[in-house]
Design a protein around this ligand. Structure first.
Ligand SMILES: NC(=O)c1ccc[n+]([C@@H]2O[C@H](COP(=O)([O-])OP(=O)(O)OC[C@H]3O[C@@H](n4cnc5c(N)ncnc54)[C@H](O)[C@@H]3O)[C@@H](O)[C@H]2O)c1
Ligand SMILES: Cc1c(CN(C)C(=O)CCc2cnc3c(c2)CCC(=O)N3)oc2ccccc12
Length: 264
């Protein structure tokens, strides 16, 4: 029996085999969960449907999280097959590329700020609004992915840091709203991982190297490690855990400087 046997999970944010959401789907399937997916745009549709089939799922729905109609459509369709949901995974983050390359004061725009917060933070509330009625009374869990750039600055993360700070505060307020119905809400703050969302980021490779040098575990973490923590947080093993942000980053966020950096 798996840790998620009999649980129904909706996973938002699979785009490629490198996606953190892909690793979460793999782990959830391994632990016995039934899966449903949304995908962004028809281009991804065929790819996500093929992946879903590997996990015995034919529940794949198009959804641009900037559209309340799209989100409504997902849950209307889901209701035709599922009478409820136990787990909601939000693995979505986006800011216009030009926001993430250069000095924060120089590159941040009103529109870029709005988009970053809409797609990376508000979308979790929007999905939670629709999921909650289907999750009540099932001791379910919602989970989102965040990054330490919300707490400390690093070059180029810029307005995404603000959006992640908003997301992490939203986890606490959502936990307050859904706790009385037995629904838990948490986040995982993952170390840097080479995914599509990381591609095209200037000096990403150097950042990965710096993380591995400084982290207590002296290595980068994998999407599979993030997924295993997601299994725990969404399972009954975490029945007392809500409104929390759990770091899966090899301990990086606890180190101001490493011996190697001293010796540089
Ligand atoms: N890769 C990392 O280093 C890292 C580290 C910490 C946190 N995260 C977070 O993990 C989450 C998943 O990112 P990833 O690294 O797996 O990259 P990814 O590119 O595989 O996933 C990002 C997902 O966001 C979706 N998305 C973007 N805009 C959307 C929109 N308007 N509507 C619907 N979906 C939209 C994309 O389709 C994609 O599926 C993001 O929240 C990201 O901020 C990533
Ligand atoms: C780490 C790290 C990441 C990965 N991460 C934690 C993220 O949260 C990904 C954020 C992200 C949001 N929007 C976009 C992109 C990435 C690139 C493609 C695009 O057009 N828009 O992104 C960075 C951007 C700058 C600096 C570090 C990082």
């Amino acid at each position: 029996m798996g840790l998620l046997s009999g649980k129904k999970a909706l996973i938002v944010g699979v785009a490629s085999k490198h996606s953190i959401a892909y690793a979460i789907a793999e782990a959830f399937h391994r632990e016995g969960a039934e899966l449903a997916f949304t995908y962004q745009g028809d281009k991804l549709g065929e790819r996500v449907k093929k992946m879903a089939a590997d996990w015995n799922s034919d529940l794949c729905f198009p959804c641009d999280v900037s559209s309340d109609d799209d989100i409504q459509g997902v849950f209307d369709s889901l209701k035709e097959t599922w009478d409820g949901i136990d787990i909601l995974i939000h693995s979505v983050g986006f800011a216009p590329a030009e926001e993430l390359n250069g000095d924060y004061l120089d590159v941040t725009s009103r529109e870029g700020f709005r988009v970053a917060h809409d797609i990376s933070s508000y979308s979790f509330v929007a999905l939670a609004k629709h999921a909650k009625p289907m999750m009540e009374g099932r001791n379910g869990a919602m989970l989102t992915l965040t990054y330490h750039g919300s707490q400390q600055t690093l070059p180029n993360y810029n307005v995404m840091g603000l959006a992640k700070a908003s997301l992490e505060a939203s986890v606490r307020y959502l936990a307050g709203s859904t706790g009385p119905d037995g629904i838990r809400v948490n986040s995982i703050s993952a170390g840097p991982i080479k995914t599509l969302a990381a591609s095209g980021i200037k000096s990403f490779r150097k950042m990965l190297k710096k993380n591995a040098e400084r982290a207590p575990l002296k290595r980068n973490i994998t999407a599979a490690e993030v997924a295993n923590t997601a299994v725990f947080l969404c399972s009954d093993m975490a029945s007392g855990v809500t409104a929390q942000n759990i770091y899966v980053d090899g301990g990086f966020n606890t180190c101001a400087m490493s011996l190697e950096e001293m010796d540089d």
